[in-house]
Design a binder for this molecule. Structure first.
Ligand SMILES: Nc1nc2c(ncn2[C@@H]2O[C@H](COP(=O)(O)OP(=O)(O)OP(=O)(O)O)[C@@H](O)[C@H]2O)c(=O)[nH]1
Ligand SMILES: [Zn+2]
Length: 341
């Protein structure tokens, strides 16, 4: 694995911060922190200032409980897992499977939401990624790839910038070395970034560019892929790659498709122009659909808010409400709130 060949970083360079140090108690005396560098089906690799090691897991534990980027406390003498530290940010995908969710990445500072300047560019999908980033606590950055073959770069940039107030938009040729320089402000020593986006937009290419890998050494498909028992490609292995100028990038094949749930705050940030107008509506619980005195509908009539944008807000808000577990009892028993619509 590539991490093995790198000079060994200090704990701080690995992303260790006060947020994690503050979780240590006197009982943790003798334990050492290590960061999850890769999650495989039956094995978890961790890294510390001495390099890469196996995490010795308790019997019957599942690697699905770990996310790349996690910090764990380990018994230094045995490499045995002792405890997981609370995550600062986490991306997870709900699945139909036994675990109900797949952990994709943890403790990510910046999420690069990657799309190419072509038919892949889909505002509704980008908004889903944005709300996911907002909700997780990671800062979103929209990365538009294939700038070298796009006709109307300015149109894509303007569209991307309109998706969320203040969101940085960076347009790159993912294959060119200067892409790393353009993304450098979001990277750096101790910082962790992750990439999401649909297939073929250039995520693997960007990982290779960020890692400073030359075409002859890079892996064609970027992230570490394994063959499963039936010999098919699987994209379940997720891993941490070192960025040439410092910092880490997590490849996240796990979060390509997503739906939102319980993301009210993330939606408020994403649709801040609607959030700002809502208090001006006549009714406090205005749904901005049919009510008289609706400031949001007024903005649509005035042409300052796009009707498609309101429609996407409506869909995402309804989806979030429907899937939001509500704490009902004192111990937070989860039930599902019925949608009003
Ligand atoms: N011209 C050009 N080609 C690019 C750019 N970014 C990626 N490509 C090409 O697009 C193809 C897909 O890129 P990948 O990096 O494999 O895309 P991906 O997002 O990792 O796709 P999956 O692995 O399927 O998720 C490759 O042939 C890349 O060389 C770019 O900015 N400009
Ligand atoms: Zn309204």
């Amino acid at each position: 694995m590539r991490i093995r060949r790198l000079t060994v970083p200090s704990l701080a360079a690995l992303g260790w911060a006060d947020f994690f140090a503050d979780q240590l108690t006197p009982e943790d005396e003798g334990l050492v922190p290590r960061r999850v560098a890769a999650v495989h089906r039956a094995r978890v690799d961790v890294i510390d200032a001495d390099g890469l090691k196996d995490l010795v897991l308790p019997h019957k534990s599942s690697t699905a409980d770990f996310a790349v980027g996690d910090w764990v406390l380990v018994d230094a003498a045995t490499d045995a897992f002792v405890r997981l530290l609370e995550r600062r940010t986490v991306f997870q995908r709900r699945t139909e499977g036994r675990h109900g969710q797949q952990l994709a990445a943890a403790n990510v500072d910046t999420l690069f939401i990657v799309t190419s300047c072509n038919a892949d560019f889909n505002p509704a999908r980008l908004e889903r990624y944005l709300v996911m980033a907002n909700q997780s606590g990671a800062d979103p950055v929209l990365v538009l790839t294939k700038a070298d073959i796009a006709d109307d770069r300015e149109t894509y940039i303007a569209q991307a910038e309109s998706l969320q107030r203040g969101v940085p938009v960076i347009i790159v040729n993912a294959r060119a070395p200067d892409a790393a320089a353009m993304l450098a402000p979001f990277c750096g020593v101790g910082k962790t970034v992750a990439l999401v986006g649909s297939s073929g937009v250039g995520k693997s290419t960007l990982v290779n560019t960020l890692a400073g890998l030359q075409p002859e050494t890079e892996q064609k498909t970027g992230g570490i892929r394994e063959h499963d028992a039936k010999g098919r490609h699987t994209t379940t292995a997720r891993s941490l790659h070192a960025i040439a100028g410092g910092g880490w990038v997590i490849d996240t094949p796990g979060i390509r498709t997503l739906y939102v749930s319980d993301v009210t705050d993330g939606l408020d940030t994403l649709f801040s122009e609607i959030t700002d107008l809502a208090p001006l509506c006549r009714f406090r619980d205005c749904t901005h659909v049919h009510e008289p005195g609706c400031a949001v509908q007024a903005a649509i009539s005035a042409g300052t808010l796009a009707p498609e944008r309101l429609e996407r807000w409506r869909i995402l808000s309804a989806e979030s409400r429907e899937r939001t577990p509500v704490a009902t009892g004192p111990r937070g028993n989860k039930t599902f709130r019925k949608s009003k619509r």
